[in-house]
Design a protein around this ligand. Structure first.
Ligand SMILES: [Zn+2]
Ligand SMILES: [Zn+2]
Length: 252
């Protein structure tokens, strides 16, 4: 049991930090590229269409072509969605348009969009060739499952609910996702992610840690707190509990 705990905690800490770092870095250098770097990616899109499409799905569609009139409503009307689909049909082949519609315009993943999120989780399995015996193997597998996957789970399943009003998400998310969505951790991430949409060069992480040590995390401004409460992204009690904190990972 002691052997399991030592390996589980050691690998767990390493896997958590590694996933958080990876998430922060690939958001900065792929999903949320600066306009200058986006121009480079655009030029090579013929040779690497999947990479361009992953970027487009997140940055163009999720950040700029949806949630335009409200942070908590993807489209103001069916006409707005139809207009976007008409633009996509002109720019992409039918299969890619279908993928982007399935990803809910970047609110979750396209098929290829799973790959960058899965990379650290899969690479961690390489440790199975290094450790010895069933106890150590079980510890590595459990650590990978629990500590390397939160950013994947949040990005694929929790993120769409972070763009819903808090009270609505608490009512409509299926159990057990509802427990995650309403947890203090997810409230902190929801606030952090709101800031990411105000300033896409900050708060990349849905799995906390790396943004903070990389100097890429910032707290909401007073106006942003007010807007979050006004739009129902958070409840007034969340603002009371968390406003002014240097980091939001406290109320546990
Ligand atoms: Zn982003
Ligand atoms: Zn978002």
């Amino acid at each position: 049991m002691l052997e399991f705990l030592i390996f589980f905690v050691s690998f767990g800490a390493w896997f958590y930090i590694q996933s958080s770092l990876w998430e922060s870095l690939f958001h900065q250098y792929l999903l949320d590229l600066s306009p200058r770097d986006r121009a480079c990616l655009f030029r090579i899109r013929k040779w690497a269409p999947a990479i361009w499409n992953i970027h487009y799905d997140h940055n163009v569609l999720h950040h700029h072509r949806t949630y335009r009139s409200s942070y908590v409503q993807q489209f103001a009307s069916a006409r707005e969605e139809a207009r976007l689909r008409a633009v996509l049909v002109k720019q992409f082949d039918a299969a890619t348009v279908r993928e982007m519609t399935t990803s809910r315009y970047g609110a979750t993943f396209t098929r290829a969009g799973h790959i960058p999120f899965a990379i650290p989780i899969i690479l961690n399995l390489g440790w199975l060739a290094v450790v010895h015996g069933p106890v150590q193997i079980a510890a590595v597998l459990c650590a990978d499952l629990i500590f390397a996957t939160p950013f994947f789970i949040f990005s694929k399943w929790v993120h769409p609910y972070m763009h819903a009003r808090f009270d609505e998400a608490a009512l409509t998310a299926p159990v057990p996702l509802r427990w995650v969505v309403t947890s203090p951790y997810a409230v902190a991430v929801r606030i952090s992610h709101y800031v990411h949409h105000c300033d896409p060069t900050r708060n990349y992480n849905l799995q906390y840690f790396a943004d903070l040590i990389r100097g890429k995390w910032r707290a909401p401004t007073g106006a942003e707190w007010s807007d979050m409460v006004a739009q129902g992204v958070i409840l007034p009690r969340h603002r009371t509990a968390l406003e002014g904190r240097r980091f939001l990972l406290h109320p546990f």
